[in-house]
Design a protein around this ligand. Sequence first.
Ligand SMILES: N[C@@H](CCC(=O)N[C@@H](CS)C(=O)NCC(=O)O)C(=O)O
Length: 406
Amino acid sequence: MSIHTISSWEELLETARKNTPARRVKRPGQSPSTAPVPSSLHKLPPNTEPPVLLYRDTNSWCPFCERVWFALEEKEIPFATEFIDLSNKPKWYTDLVPTTLVPAAKIEGKLIYESKDILLALEARFPTPALLPENPEENAAARQLVEEAETNGFRDIAYKFLREAPSDADELAKLQTAFETKLDELEQTLAKYPGPFFVSTFSLVDIMYSPHLDRLAANLPVYRGYHLKGNPRFPRINAWFAALNQRPAYHRVKSDNITNNLLLRRRWGVEPIGNPLPLDAADSEKIEYRAEAAERLSDNREVAIADIIKNSGVQALAADGDFTTVKEAVDFHLRQLADYLIHSNGQNLPGGRTGGKNSNIDPVFAAVGAITLAYLRNRICAPRDMSAGAATAFRAAIDKLLTSVY
Ligand SMILES: N[C@@H](CCC(=O)N[C@@H](CS)C(=O)NCC(=O)O)C(=O)O
């Protein structure tokens, strides 16, 4: 294992930016503290308002908001985002939107709510690239499937199996059977047109289902011991996931498995019954994801450090209320993490005050480091803080540092 000196924040940020195109804007004093820059914003002439304003949840957990964001990215429509805190919705928002739910959107000033209606309105106003088939018959079939995605009961039955935990085994088996029957129906629907998608091209139908099937595929193994991905009963759903995975817009808007798992517990109080899914090894090693994670950490370090000091428990290690050493230790370990993400090929660990198992470790410094890394591993949330791929690389790097250094 080779040890090298850790770079400065400025050097880390500069190197990270060379290796990733992902950029966010800072939102000082606001939540979330950063927001993704839509990939098409550069198409907008300077000083022009984007044609679409999306109202979405602050944590980027909402699957219905994800649908709209997915379509905006697929269609490369420049848009602005207004974040709504769902735990404390502002009065102007509940006055504006009759359902008071997110998402809502203003399309050239006109308010639309309900994710399905926003998708259809975007399609009408921004028809290319098309997310509904040109062929009139197939177009009608796709529209019908969009409607059915809201009315066929798939979502309710799926989330019932995931979230309700009846102690009676027969009851649970019934929920599973009902869910599998719905999945069989999706298999049959996917068989109707050539290719992996619901109709013969990628469409709004895929967008309607993707945030929900994604969450189910991430959560069911951990919370119900049930595997959707790799399940031989559902070959078409698995081919559909593989095809979705080829789309860059999907990677910009999706959550990662760990975020989905943490969310189910925090938001819905469901208890896991199995181990977390392993982190995707390919994503963990991808240079652009590692660079994006390092870029996020370096650029947003002040907010991250303040959050860690306030909420992780490291405060308890400050001698006589003096935070200087604790702050220094937090800063050092974050820098070590960013450095590892950028410079390591997965073998070399950055060194320094705690580098390597044989170096002289100051126990308080090391403890602050371990708490910092463990806290951050579950604190970050994709796509709120970074893309799903970057979040996976970020968590994998933390695991590596924790097991190798301490
Ligand atoms: N049918 C709506 C559902 C939207 C929805 O349920 N949004 C949730 C967030 S995932 C919400 O706004 N919750 C806040 C609340 O219930 O007050 C759509 O498709 O847009």
